[in-house]
Design a protein around this ligand. Sequence first.
Ligand code: ADP
Ligand code: MG
Length: 316
Amino acid sequence: MCLCLFTLALGSAEAKWHKQNATIMGTNIYVEVWAENETQGQLALKTALAEMERINQLMSPYISSSELSLINEQAGKTPFVISDEMFELLDKAVKISELTKGAFDITFASVGYLYNYKEGQRPDDETIDSLLNAIDYKHIQLNDKERTVYFLNDKVKIDLGGIAKGHAVDNAISLLERMGILNALVTAGGDTRLLGDRRGKPWIVGIRDPRNRDKQAVLLPMQDSAMSTSGDYERYFEEDGQRYHHILSPKTGKSTYDVQSVSIIGPSSTFNDALSTAVFVMGLREGLGLINRIDNYDAVVMDNKRKMHYSTGLQQ
Ligand code: ADP
Ligand code: MG
């Protein structure tokens, strides 16, 4: 009895926050966990970051051996067998395309891969037009029994940049939960998910001012929830006063300009991530309308005049 109390006391004396930053998937990763001791804390950070790197190896378009790259190489020619994890994520992506009437569409990449934001390169109108009919999620055929993906149009390319980080955050949080962690924050770029609270107080999650890197436009107290932000400021270049950014309308193959920033708050980072991209494409009215119809999901939108708008769930 005595010994037991003694170890308990020792355990709590060692309990503290453990934090780590990293760059994975071309973005800033931040993990913060409350752990009972040093060993658990270090293991938790390592586990979360290793999961991010595993997903990067699987889903990066920049790694030629990634499963995503192999799909893009093969699935336009013949049905291609994929992992269960990839199958389920592609299935979710297609369902979100249906839900958003095609605003979210991973085949945007059929044109999207011709943009290079770092180099300031974009395809000309003629090239875009010649590839536009390759953008259509209905070209993606998933065969549940054979576990294959097949593209009905051989010019189709897919990219998971609008959903993979959310998936990685969800996975990292599940792994932490399974280790017995009760309080954690995992962020990958604009995707954040929280486990529990910040021990007695809420986590404070910020939405960045799209035109001022160092300023937060909104701060939200949150716990046991998640938020993803899509903005026109993450990857872009300017040409003749026009901003060419990384969120593309599947209808035009070009950047959309109705809003500057969209944040989605809901239980799943995977859905938040995809929905924030979708609402960005749909624009203020249609996008907010959609979120208002989905239970448990809310939105904060900054329009192109920098006015803030909130879904009905946040207005009480
Ligand atoms: P990030 O966190 O990288 O800013 P977002 O969630 O804002 O990502 O999504 C932007 C990314 O989604 C782009 O970099 C691109 O990879 C992908 N994307 C762009 N347009 C679309 C679209 N219409 N449907 C699905 N994915 C898209
Ligand atoms: Mg997104």
